[in-house]
Ligand binder design. Structure first.
Ligand code: SAM
Length: 190
């Protein structure tokens, strides 16, 4: 086995926890790499809800998806409103924080408040055994605030409800992303 880098590891975790035919959320569609991966994985009977606040990101994602567009709802809204669009149980979700790569406006970034609201809602909607992966970048302006808020939030989750893992490449230069992965261990109504 070879060690995976952070972003391939995020996809691997989702592939392990999500079965074909199930519902997944891409909370930050961006240029659609993760949306495309998820749409391929869930098969023709599953569905991906992909959020972004930039039309340019959804256009880029739609272009990448091609024939897979029929398996995806592209939603121009903040991920914190996920419960207004998704009624079903979610089997997994992926967040890739920060700014849209190659965008003209790199100041449009994910923010601590909306990221944590979205995460909180999705944790409640997640199936037992489902996984949420979050790629965290802290090199841009505001990135360290979002990192700290996110780490505070996930560290506060009860260990009987959620297993929380951090995966990080320690010898890479230039602020590489690290991964936070959360597995739901039991129903929250218990
Ligand atoms: N996973 C993407 C890919 O495969 O190309 C990259 C995502 S990019 C690092 C982060 C994206 O989050 C940007 O496109 C940005 O517009 C989006 N974003 C920022 N705030 C958001 C919010 N509140 N809700 C949904 N998307 C948001």
């Amino acid at each position: 086995m070879k060690l995976l880098r952070v972003l391939p590891m995020a996809q691997r975790l989702l592939a392990e926890s999500v079965n074909p035919g199930e519902i997944v959320v891409d909370a930050t569609a961006g240029n659609g790499n993760d949306t495309q991966f998820l749409a391929g994985h869930i098969g023709e009977h599953g569905h991906v809800y992909a959020f972004d606040i930039q039309q340019a990101a959804l256009d880029s994602t739609a272009k990448r998806l091609g024939e897979l567009n029929s398996r995806v709802s592209l939603i121009l809204d903040s991920h914190e409103n996920v419960d207004q669009y998704v009624a079903d149980e979610i089997s997994g979700a992926i967040f890739n924080l920060g700014y849209l790569p190659h965008s003209e406006d790199l100041s449009i970034v994910t923010k601590p408040d909306s990221t944590i609201k979205a995460l909180h809602k999705i944790l409640n909607m997640l199936k037992v055994g489902g996984i949420i992966s979050i790629a965290v970048y802290d090199g841009h302006e505001g990135g360290s605030d979002e990192r700290d808020a996110l780490l505070n939030y996930v560290q506060s989750l009860h260990q009987a409800d959620f297993q929380v893992i951090k995966y990080e490449q320690l010898n890479r230069l230039n602020n590489p992303p690290f991964l936070v992965a959360i597995e739901k261990m039991r129903s929250l109504s218990q």
